[in-house]
Design a protein around this ligand. Structure first.
Ligand code: NAP
Length: 289
């Protein structure tokens, strides 16, 4: 577990901050500091969709805990961009598939940043395309440990800190919060011939979202998911198909892949009070796929 050093401190970006892509919308500015005084943890926040969610959450006034597994330089770059724009962020190493590392991750965040008010279960992996009858035990264990168990471990720690239950003890403000799980269009498409294991893991994440939302609806914690389609990130190369976005683009309804920012926008909406009556939902960000 490493922390990138003293958290950057500065004013909320909700009034003057710029989004990573276009300028902040008037609606965003008028909505005020959605995360003011609270921290959101984005697992796998160092690259792709997670990095976009980190930057956009900072614009919404969240202090951001940027988690990563291996690539500290990438996480530090996300932190530097947020701090450079006047926000608050710090990077935290930790493998979400390890219960011990997740416990240590949350303890480190408790010590470095304001109380937790949000969790984005974004860290996820794919693997090379194979049929189910060729899947090894090691592959299945990695797939479900990171994509499913990791989300459970992180949610457990977040709930303990955010629940408004009267008998809540331990760290945290117990002031409620929001959890956003990152699913995939694979959950409904099934990933045949490519990664049925990944699709099934994401299907599990969607059921997890529905059940956890109902468990926590009376405790001030909303739980939702986003379901991205084909998004232009490095995950495709890690699955052995670096040209996947280019190759599949002609088959996509909008004739283009989505961007990490387009998914990040849905994530920060679900984190914010702008979605205050939304829980147990799966928000499609698939460009109609
Ligand atoms: P990405 O660019 O490959 O980034 C993955 C991130 O997860 C990195 O920050 C990585 O950190 C981190 N990570 C990987 N294993 C981890 C672990 N065990 N513990 C903690 N962090 C870990 O992926 P992405 O495309 O942004 O995908 C983000 C999420 O969206 C995933 O859940 C993915 O399944 C989902 N999604 C993506 C797409 C798409 O087309 N891109 C579509 C649907 C759903 P390191 O670099 O340090 O390893």
């Amino acid at each position: 577990m490493t922390n990138s050093g003293p958290a950057g401190v500065g004013p909320s970006l909700s009034e003057g901050g710029e989004r990573s892509g276009e300028g902040a919308t008037p609606r965003r500015k008028a909505a005020g500091a959605a995360g003011a005084g609270r921290t959101v943890l984005v697992t796998g926040g160092s690259r792709g969709i997670g990095a976009a969610a980190c930057r956009l959450a900072a614009v919404d006034g969240w202090a951001v805990a940027v988690n990563y597994a291996r690539d500290r330089a990438a996480a530090d770059a996300v932190v530097a961009a947020i701090v450079g724009a006047g926000g608050q962020a710090a990077a935290f190493q930790g493998d979400v598939a390890s219960d011990a590392e997740v416990r240590a991750l949350f303890a480190a965040i408790d010590a470095a940043l304001p109380p937790l008010g949000g969790l984005v279960n974004n860290a996820g992996v794919v693997d090379v395309g194979v049929r189910v009858d060729a899947m090894s035990v090691e592959r299945l264990q990695r797939m479900f440990s990171i994509n499913v168990f990791g989300s459970f471990y992180c949610a457990r720690e977040a709930i303990r800190r955010m629940t408004t239950k009267a008998d809540a003890a331990g760290p945290g403000a117990h002031a409620g919060g929001a959890i956003v799980n990152v699913s995939s269009a694979a959950a409904k498409l099934g990933g045949p011939g490519q990664y049925v294991d990944y699709a099934a893991a994401k299907g599990g994440i969607e059921t997890f979202t529905i059940g956890l939302a109902k468990e926590l609806a009376g405790e001030g914690i909303r739980v939702n998911a986003v379901r991205p389609g084909i998004i232009d990130t490095e995950i495709h190369a890690s699955g052995g198909t670096p040209d996947r976005v280019r190759e599949i683009t002609p088959q996509l309804p909008m004739k283009r892949a989505g961007t990490a920012d387009e998914v990040g926008e849905a994530i920060v909406w679900l984190l914010s009070e702008r979605s205050s009556y939304t829980t147990g939902s799966v928000v499609e960000v698939t460009g109609g796929r």
